[in-house]
Design a protein around this ligand. Structure first.
Ligand code: GLU
Length: 445
């Protein structure tokens, strides 16, 4: 079983979504179940409703899961495991106060030595501190694990000192809850961000100890830590400050889930083709081919992919996404010439169908008068299907020609001063002429 284990502590970042997506792809390819585990044990940082937001985004992206678990529901199991570890001598109570540990750290700094917790300190403060933490015994040996993306990763014994698994307030630590659940659900593949690499040796030690005390063989685990995503401005880690890092922002801007999935699957990956759907990726994606070096986010490239995906949509699907009647889809398709997102298309359509503000492009009274003249001429005309015939008739009735005719015409028909060729738009405008030819009440007569 695989798992995607988001914490409901903030909005979903594209880095998290990439982890979700790759877990889904690998689970599908290996025909293994995928668990969605909401890691909600940090009650201070949990934000109400974030779990629902995660479900919604994953569904929109086409990522499904077979089992849903809230980590907090396993709280009793975590404490039960901790008790067994204590009973079997794999873990011990540590009464050290923060002040005591801080003093030892200062000593290490003075002696220019790395700080390492010593098990012999555990009872030193027993009298003054009746609320101990529980520590799992560290490792006296160096450790290594093989990562499918990053290769072999080694840790020195000096870094693997005994560490806290249950805090003084009886709350399991993040590493303990996470590893305990991975053990319980026999997780076989752990795919997550590389910021978790330093947690891995601790989690391996926890699972090894659990396997011993519970007398249950450990499920062999394949690890894959995905490189972080860097932002395009300064090449630093893409943080929440970058709006494009928020999946919700991208969806709100009108990036299609299919393009976002396409983009995330190609980050640090040489895909066999540029434009593909998630179901296509299921046919060829291989986790071991993900590059170990960090990926750079490019909004321009995502826009390009989105443009291609929008072009490939059936008109009916495009209309549905834009919430417009199907007859307006040809207009949306034409606007694709100058747009790359649904929000930009929406803006063009809104400008076309909203009452026109002819003062917006006010170029003096003269221009305003031309717009008004043309507007009245067009209103009085019968509908003409052919653009050339329509032009002739409108020129004749308005007595305007050249730029004096075309610029007001474009504004009256599209609400914009520039854009797609009118000759291309016009045939699809005809059915809506009456709706399109309206002026803002301030200018209308
Ligand atoms: N809850 C962790 C996070 O959101 C993920 C833990 C894991 O995948 O092991 O970063």
């Amino acid at each position: 079983m695989l798992r995607f284990a988001p914490s409901p502590t903030g909005s979903m970042h594209i880095g998290n979504l990439r982890v979700a997506l790759l877990n889904f792809i690998v689970a599908q390819r290996l025909k293994l179940p995928l668990m969605l585990r909401i890691e909600d044990t940090d009650t201070q940082r949990n934000i109400a409703g974030k779990d629902e937001e995660i479900f919604k985004i994953l569904k929109q992206m086409g990522v499904s899961w077979d089992q849903l678990v809230y980590q907090s529901a396993n709280f009793a199991t975590h404490l039960d495991y901790a008790k067994k570890l204590l009973d079997e001598g794999e873990a011990f109570y540590c009464h050290c106060t923060p002040e005591f540990l801080e003093a030892r750290k200062q000593e290490a700094i003075q002696a220019k030595k790395p700080f390492r917790y010593e098990d012999g300190w555990a009872l030193a403060e027993k009298e003054s501190n009746p609320n101990p933490v529980v520590r799992l015994k560290g490792s006296a040996q160096d450790m290594e694990f093989n990562d499918l993306v990053k290769g072999t990763i080694r840790f020195k014994a000096a870094e693997l000192d005994s560490f806290v698994i249950v805090r003084a307030n009886q709350v399991p630590t993040y590493n303990f809850a996470c590893a305990a659940d991975d053990f319980t659900y026999q997780i076989s593949h752990i795919i997550r961000g590389e910021d978790h690499i330093s947690n891995t040796p601790k989690q391996i030690l926890i699972k090894q100890a659990l396997s011993r005390v519970l007398n249950t063989p450990q499920t062999p685990t394949i690890y894959a830590h995905l490189p972080i995503i860097l932002n395009e401005d300064d090449g630093k880690k893409m943080s929440k400050r970058h709006e494009a890092s928020s999946v919700q922002w991208l969806l709100k801007e009108g990036f299609l889930p299919a393009s976002i999935a396409n983009y995330l699957a190609t980050m640090g990956y040489k895909a066999p083709k540029e434009i593909f759907s998630l179901s296509e990726a299921l046919e060829w994606f291989e986790l071991e081919k993900v590059s170990p070096s960090s990926a750079h986010f490019s909004l321009a490239y995502l826009r390009h992919l989105n443009h291609e995906h929008l072009k490939n949509l059936e008109p009916a699907s495009l209309a549905k996404l834009l919430g417009i009647e199907p007859a307006k889809a040809p207009l949306a398709r034409l606007f694709l010439e100058e747009c790359s997102t649904l929000a930009e298309l929406q803006e063009k359509l809104n400008a076309m169908f909203a009452p026109k503000d002819i003062a917006k492009d006010y170029e003096g009274q003269n221009f305003y008068d031309k717009c008004t003249t043309l507007y009245h001429a067009l209103k009085a005309m019968p509908a003409v299907a052919d653009f050339n015939a329509f032009k002739q008739e409108a020129m004749q009735r308005s007595q305007l020609k050249g730029k004096d005719f075309f610029k007001p015409l474009r504004i009256l028909l599209t609400g914009q001063a520039h854009g797609v060729e009118l000759a291309l738009l016009y045939p699809h405008i005809v059915p809506f002429l009456e709706q399109i030819l309206t002026l803002e009440s301030a200018h209308g007569c």
